[in-house]
Design a protein around this ligand. Structure first.
Ligand code: PLP
Length: 431
């Protein structure tokens, strides 16, 4: 696989190198400069396969035959849970991506990445530093827990993740270090970027980012778009629409890679009040506002770091940004939609899926079939879901147990120097 730094095309790396490095010079993202599509016949036969063998073929095609001989076994080991497409009404279905260990779609990318990384680092030292607005940290912590030679430092914004998300991040211990930052998510992300810009520090701790900057996470996510289409009856496959609840825009980038590979669908961008991209698509002006807290908090991001990849892919494929449908949904509209769908169909939407379904409903044309991504289990947003719908959603038992365990976290100001001394002096990650 051949990847190029989007900010400096002279920096070109292999898949393994990009996974290890995370991000390129000048904070440039690595991305493909070529995608070889499957033929229509190949797509048809891929769609007949089960998840694991199909994903092995899709990712082998993307990564190529020269790298990662362990790929097939890594996929078999990482994708051990289902991604069912569950009908909600006559024209839409939810791709439920929340049946993994932390009940969020990020389990796919994080589990794949953890295994890829441990296959390629050999005896090198490795520290994962990741900023999370909720589910990334939980999924990464679970995926890397007890991995030998790998330490994980998770930064999350104080007061902006749910108690359940926090307990998933901060109750593991061992090689998982939870840092609560007294600032919004974007500041956490800035601290991560500053760490990667400090070449000496980066080398000393073997720094690696496991958030959606890392190309391996995106590649894993490509697989479930194929899994979704494979579950749609053939007569409904010709006019498919994917609605993706967007935060950092990693999930939708993966969907667009699937489209570039030959999966036929159009894409709908769904945001909450953090609507930098919808406003950009409407006006042509990139103008991030300060991040605001919403009930769909994993999408509380006003400077989405995967957006350059979306633009690069559009350029590569000759797609126009004008072809995206998009929308942003307020908290009040999200709650009203959760209620409306629950009373009409009985289906329980958590806030992120509700944002996606709401924007999908507004965009869907006659004859189209819509798939919206269920990115988290409703129980992960239990208090909001219970209050809005007047129900008492049971918490899966493994999560209920985690909620009772003591938190082990470090509170910190949004300052890179403080983070650096914590990692070097307190955790001794460079020794
Ligand atoms: C991370 C996350 C999102 C946003 O996904 P991106 O890839 O960052 O766009 C949406 N919903 C949930 C529940 C998430 O955890």
């Amino acid at each position: 696989m051949h990847l190029v730094n989007l900010k400096d095309s002279t920096e070109q790396v292999s898949f393994a190198q990009a996974v290890k490095q995370g991000i390129g010079a000048h904070q440039g993202l690595f991305f493909m400069d070529k995608i070889e599509p499957f033929t229509a016949e190949q797509i048809d036969s891929l769609l007949k396969l089960p998840l694991v063998p199909r994903s092995q073929q899709v990712l082998r095609h993307l990564i190529g035959n020269d790298e990662l001989p362990e790929l097939e076994s890594i996929i078999a080991d990482a994708f051990t849970f289902k991604a069912p497409l569950v009908k909600v009404d006559d024209t839409s279905a939810c791709l439920e991506l929340f049946h993994g260990p932390t009940l969020a779609f990020k389990d796919f990318g994080a589990r794949f990445m953890a295994r890829v990384l441990s296959a390629i680092i050999g005896n090198d030292k490795c520290t994962i530093l990741t900023a999370t607005s909720g589910d990334t940290g939980a999924a990464v912590a679970a995926a890397f827990y007890h991995q030998p030679k790998i330490n994980v430092v998770v930064l999350y914004p104080k007061g902006m993740v749910s108690p359940l998300q926090e307990s998933l991040i901060a109750t593991l211990g061992d090689n998982i270090h939870a840092v609560e930052v007294d600032a919004p998510f974007d500041n956490c992300q800035d601290m991560v970027k500053a760490a990667f810009d400090d070449a000496e520090f980066k080398a000393a701790v073997g720094l690696n980012s496991a958030n959606s900057i890392n190309i391996s996470r995106l590649l894993a996510q490509v697989c479930y778009y194929f899994e979704a289409v494979a579950q749609v009856p053939e007569e409904k496959r010709s006019h498919l629409v994917f609605a993706v609840p967007c935060g950092n825009f990693g999930n939708i980038t993966a969907g667009l890679i699937a489209k570039a590979l030959g999966l036929k669908a159009r894409f709908v961008i769904a945001c909450n009040a953090n609507d930098t991209v919808p406003r950009y698509l409407a006006s042509g002006t990139w103008e991030p506002h300060p991040t605001v807290a919403t009930i769909s908090n994993a999408m509380d991001i006003s400077r989405p770091n995967n957006w350059p990849r979306v633009e690069a892919l559009c350029q590569l494929m000759g797609w126009s940004l004008q072809d995206f449908a998009y929308g942003s949904v307020s908290d009040d509209e999200t709650r009203a939609h959760m209620k409306a769908v629950h009373s009409a169909t009985g289906y329980v939407l958590e806030p992120h899926a509700a944002v996606a379904h709401k924007v999908l409903s507004a965009s869907l044309q006659d004859g189209e079939f819509g798939i919206f991504l269920g990115t988290a289990h409703p129980a992960k947003f239990k208090s909001e879901v219970d209050q809005t719908l007047g129900i008492d959603l049971p918490l899966p038992q493994t999560l209920a147990e985690r909620m009772t365990m003591p938190l082990n976290k470090k509170l910190m100001a949004a300052d890179f120097a403080t983070l650096k001394s914590y990692m070097l002096d307190e955790l001794k990650l460079a020794d």
